[in-house]
Each structure stands twice: as structure tokens, then as C-alpha cells.
Design a protein around this ligand. Sequence first.
Ligand code: UD1
Ligand code: MG
Length: 446
Amino acid sequence: MRTCLTIVLAAGEGTRMRASRPKVLHAIGGRPLIAHVLAAAGAAGGTQAVVIGPAQDAVAAAVKAVLPTAEMFVQAERRGTAHAVLAAKAALARGADDVLVAFADTPLITPATLKALRGALEKGAAVAVLGFRPANPTGYGRLIVAPDGALVAIREEKDASVEERAIRLCNAGLMALRGDCALAILERIGDDNAKREFYLTDAVEIARKMGLPTVALETEEDEVRGVNTQGQLAEAEDVLQRRLRAAHHEAGVAMTAPETVYFCADTKLGRDVVIEPYVVFGPGVTVEDGALIRSFSHLEGATVGRGAKVGPYARLRPGARLEADVHVGNFVEVKEARLGVGAKANHLAYIGDASVGEGTNIGAGTITCNYDGTHKHRTEIGSRAFIGTNSSLVAPVKIGDGAYIGSGSVITDDVPADALALGRGRQVIKEGWAARLRSLVGAGRK
Ligand code: UD1
Ligand code: MG
């Protein structure tokens, strides 16, 4: 078994994003760019090092959250990609058989491709570079390949001649170096170029000068789209969504208009789940077997139990937990609340910071008044209770099993099991009042 060290570069400023957040923390599929790369690196095996910029605590925290074993290095000054790799010199000096360099802004890379690059080293290459043929090569380094197929050099666009710029084969940014010569190559890289940066791409020419074999592998553009701008972020999202939809289809999820459904990388769907058009999944959603998610629903941080029905137009927010066969219908919002087996809230309701027992029916317009302007309070509703329409349940409040709340009630006190609670003004009837009004108005008009 060959050992492997993957160095993920994340110290760039990402100025072209024109955003205050570090580039690698922008998300696709609800997960930061760097988390996608770390997941692929983790799956490809070996150990991982991440190079971040100074004062990038948020990036460091994101790395810790995804891959706690990754070693972190700080590149104090941003002086180019080779300079960044050398920030992890201490890890390199430990001497892995294979060294992989990946960019945190190239999030669609797959473990299979990382393994293929390692495979090229195993077959004898000292440097293996991943190439692709982008529809628009602007901004990418070009791979200069000799007639015999050997990779001769990588030329950054700013340093390329007109002929070199016409080359379609571009540098995807992924490189594998043989561990026993990686440091020797990297330490020879200088900054004699248009940007006065230490370019990792110079590793190819240097290796050749040292008499070491260099090769290029090729992949599809969709796997190596680099994210430097908001537009490219959206393109990467599009590729990821297509992958996620295909994977869910493959796993048996029924979707008639997959192109309108947006997933997160961590969305978990059971067997026989049906998803109607126009549904958005935020992070942390699990949908269990046989559940139906109807159109225009938005779910995040929620669990939908077996056979449950959600939507159309439902909103499940973090902490929403629907047990089996629950129905949550149109314009119902659920947050930090558990609905027991078979509970129903079919129309126009807000259920927040609450628990609802089995088989309870929540009428249209029911609101849990959970916030007093300072604190959040809980509403606890028992099993097989009936909450009449347009009721306000002012938390903290408990409603017992089998209790019945009259429509239009404002409930401020606990309701015992099996009781009826009415909390509304009494109805007043004034016989003949409307007729008298009409005759008065009629008299005035004459
Ligand atoms: C780089 C490649 C280019 C390739 C393209 C693919 C070089 C010199 N150029 O260009 O050949 O076609 O990626 O997307 O390698 N970084 C640091 N510290 C630095 C500079 C960069 O950590 O001092 C990191 C960035 O965070 C980023 C990665 O390295 O993750 C690439 O840097 P970026 O500035 O995006 O390079 P490109 O111009 O895209
Ligand atoms: Mg880039």
C-alpha cells in the first residue's frame, strides 16, 4: 500500500468573488467548497493537510468540522500556489509515497480521479497533472504536450504566447508528485513570471530538467470547474445538482421534474419517496420511506417520517420532526417541533417550539405564540387532541390528551386532558339590527 498526502490549497483571497466571505466557504449543495474537496480527498485515502491564509479562522473551523484529522498550515503571505504548497513543508518532509495537490476552489473533483493521478505515479511518473478542455479556456493555464504525448510544461495565461493561448487543453489545478522528489522540485520553483508568484505549474518543466517523467491525464470539464466568480459558483452548483438528482433517481426516488428539485449534498431519501416538482432541500434533511413531498415545499434540518405527506407549499425549518404518516399541508410552517404519528396540520399554521402528540388535529390558522419578544417558550399538545381553527396557543402552555380547543380561541392557561377550552368573546345577537340600519340609510338617501 502506497501512502498518500493530499495538500488542499485554500489561502487565496478569492477577490474575484467580490464577497466578504472567504471564497472556499461559499457553498454548493449546501456545503462549503472546501468541504467537498476534503470529502473527496478523505475518500481517496491517506492523510490531508490544508493551507489557509492568515486570520482565516472561519476556514479553519470549517476544515475542523469536516475532517478533524486534517493538519492545518498557514501561508503567511500569498505568493502563489507553489509557495502555498511549501507552507505544508513539515507534512511533506514526512515523506509520503504520493503527494496530491488539490485546490479548495475546485469542488467537483471525485475520489476516482484522485486515485487515477496516484495510479500515474505508481506507473512511474514523477509529476502527473490533470487536464481538461474547457468550453472557455480564459484564465486557465495551458498544458503544452509534445508530439510523443509527454507533458512538457504548463503555461499560465498571463505568460503564454499567442500560439500557446490557442491550446485547448488546460490545467485543472490538480497535481500529483512523487513523494521522494516532491520537495526537491518544489524548492526549485522561482517567481520569474508576469505575476511574480511561485507557480506550482512550473513543477512540470523543473521535473523534466531533472530528467523525471511527467504526464497529463484528462477529465471532463464538469469535474474540474474552478470557482473564481459568482457566475462560476452557480455553474458548479448546476453540475452538483445534476449529479445529486441522478444519484437519487438511481436510488429509486421518484421525481418527474428533477431539474426543478434542489438538493443538498447531505440530503437523505428513503425508498419509494416521491418528490413533486419545485422542491428545495436545505442542509440536514432526512425523508423516510414512502413519504411524499409535494410541490413548492422548502425543507431544512428536518426529518420526515415514513409515509408522511408534506406540502404543497409547506416549510419545514430546523428541528422539525414529523413521525410516520403525519400530514403537513399548504402554508404550514414547522420549526423545532415534533409531530407524533398521524398528526395533521393541513392548512395555514405555525408550529414552533412545540410537541404534538399522535393523531392530533391542528386546525387551519393555528399559531403557537412561542416568542414573547425576549424568550422562546414551548407549546405541548397531547395525543388525539383537536385544535379548532384560528386558535392562538400562547406559550408556555400545555394541552392535554384528547382535549378540544374551540375555534378562534386564545389559549393562555393549560388545558386538562379531555376538556373543552374556549377562549374567545361571546357572540352577541341583535335581532332586526341590520334591517333597521338599512331602513335608516334608505330614509337618509330620500
Ligand atoms: C490555477 C493554476 C492554473 C489552473 C487553474 C485551475 C497556478 C499558478 N495556476 O490558476 O494553471 O488552470 O488554477 O483552476 O497554479 N492559493 C493559495 N495561496 C496562494 C495562491 C493560491 O492557497 O498564494 C490557492 C487558492 O486558494 C486556490 C488555489 O490555490 O484554492 C488556486 O489559486 P487561484 O488564484 O484560484 O489560481 P488560478 O488563477 O485559478
Ligand atoms: Mg482558481
